[in-house]
Design a protein around this ligand. Structure first.
Ligand code: HPA
Length: 296
C-alpha cells in the first residue's frame, strides 16, 4: 500500500463503482448501502478494521473463523490494481476481537478522486467500526527509519496537494472544520508500544509525509521533507486518517519502512525492493498487530 502501494498497473478509472462524481446519490448514501450490505454478510460489530499496505496482506490469513468478501462484490466499492494489493475484505477474529482486514486500497495516484480513495473508511464509519489501523509501506528518511523498521505514525504532513474533505461538507459524516491535533490516537500508540515490548518487536515513532506519487521522490525533495520534520514518506494513509477523524473513528498508523528514501543511499528505488522488505518483516508486523489487537 502506499504508502504504499506502488507499481500501478492501470488507472482503475471506469471500474463500475469506482467513481463517485456525476452519479446520483451521495457518498453518504453509497457508504451506508455498502455498510448495510457488509452487515448482512457478517461484518457488523467489528472492534477494528485494519487497512493492509503493499505486501502486508498476509495478516488477513491469520484471522480465525475467517470469511472473505471480494471487493468486486461489495456495492460501490472501488478496485485497486496495484501489485501487492489483493482486493478483498477478510473478516474474522483475533485474540477474541472481531477484525475486518482490508487487503488492498486505492491510491490517489491511480487517478481516483479522493472520495473513492477514502470510500472504504467512510463505509467502516457507517458500519460503526470504532477504530482503524492504517498500515503502509514507506521510504525511510530519518536514520532510525532504516530498511525493515516498523514505525508508529505519531503525526502526518499531507503534501498530496488535495484533501478528502474538499467540497460540500456532509454534516452526517462530521464537521466542516474537524480538528486534526491528535489524528493518531495517543492511547492506541501506547498500546503499540506495549505490544511491541511484549512481542520483542523493535518499533520507531515518527512523522509520515504523504505525497501523491506515483514517481518516487527526488533526493532534493527528501532533503526538503527531512527539514520539514518528516521521518518517512509514502503515497497513502493521510487521506484515510483525515476521513476517519472526520467521522470520529480512532486511528493508529503503522509504516513498514521498506526502503531508504531517495538520496539516502545512491542506489535507485524499485517497487520490488518495497515488496521484498515487506515480505521479510511480515512476521514481526503480524506479531505487532496481533499484540495491539489483543489489547483493544
Ligand atoms: N517513497 C514513497 N512511497 C513509498 C516509498 C518511498 O520511498 N517506499 C514505499 N512507499
Amino acid at each position: 500500500m502506499s504508502g504504499s502501494g506502488i507499481g500501478d498497473q492501470g488507472s482503475g478509472i471506469g471500474h463500475p463503482g469506482s467513481g463517485t462524481e456525476g452519479r446520483p446519490g451521495s457518498d453518504f448514501d453509497r457508504a451506508t448501502e455498502a455498510a448495510e450490505w457488509l452487515r448482512g454478510h457478517g461484518c457488523g460489530g467489528a472492534d477494528v478494521a485494519v487497512v493492509l499496505g503493499s505486501g502486508l496482506g498476509d495478516f488477513a490469513d491469520h484471522l480465525d473463523e475467517s470469511f472473505t468478501l471480494p471487493y468486486a462484490g461489495i456495492p460501490h466499492w472501488p478496485a485497486s490494481r496495484v501489485i501487492g494489493h489483493a482486493g478483498k475484505l477478510v473478516g474474522g477474529t483475533l485474540r477474541g476481537k472481531r477484525v475486518l482486514a482490508l487487503s488492498g486500497r486505492v491510491h490517489l495516484y491511480e487517478g481516483h478522486p479522493m472520495a473513492t480513495v477514502t470510500f472504504a473508511i467512510r463505509v467502516m464509519g457507517r458500519l460503526g467500526v470504532p477504530r482503524v489501523i492504517l498500515t503502509n509501506a514507506a521510504g525511510g528518511i530519518s536514520p532510525n527509519c532504516s530498511r525493515g523498521a516498523l514505525m508508529v505514525i505519531d503525526d502526518h504532513i499531507n503534501l498530496m496537494g488535495d484533501n478528502p474533505l474538499v467540497g460540500p461538507n456532509d454534516e452526517r459524516f462530521g464537521l466542516r472544520f474537524p480538528d486534526m491535533s491528535h489524528v493518531y490516537s495517543p492511547p492506541l500508540r501506547a498500546m503499540a508500544d506495549a505490544a511491541a515490548a511484549e512481542q520483542g518487536v523493535p518499533i520507531q515513532h515518527g512523522v509520515y509525509v504523504a505525497v501523491l506519487g506515483p514517481s518516487y521522490e527526488t533526493p532534493a525533495e527528501i532533503r526538503a521533507f527531512r527539514g520539514l520534520g518528516a521521518d518517512a514518506v509514502g503515497m497513502s494513509t493521510a487521506p484515510e486518517a483525515i476521513v476517519a477523524r472526520h467521522m470520529g473513528i480512532e486511528v493508529l498508523g503503522i509504516s513498514c519502512i521498506t526502503n531508504p528514501a531517495a538520496g539516502v543511499f545512491p542506489e535507485p528505488l524499485h517497487h520490488e525492493e518495497v515488496m521484498e522488505t515487506a515480505r521479510q518483516v511480515k512476521g514481526q508486523f503480524i506479531g505487532l498487530l496481533e499484540g495491539i489487537i489483543g489489547r483493544l
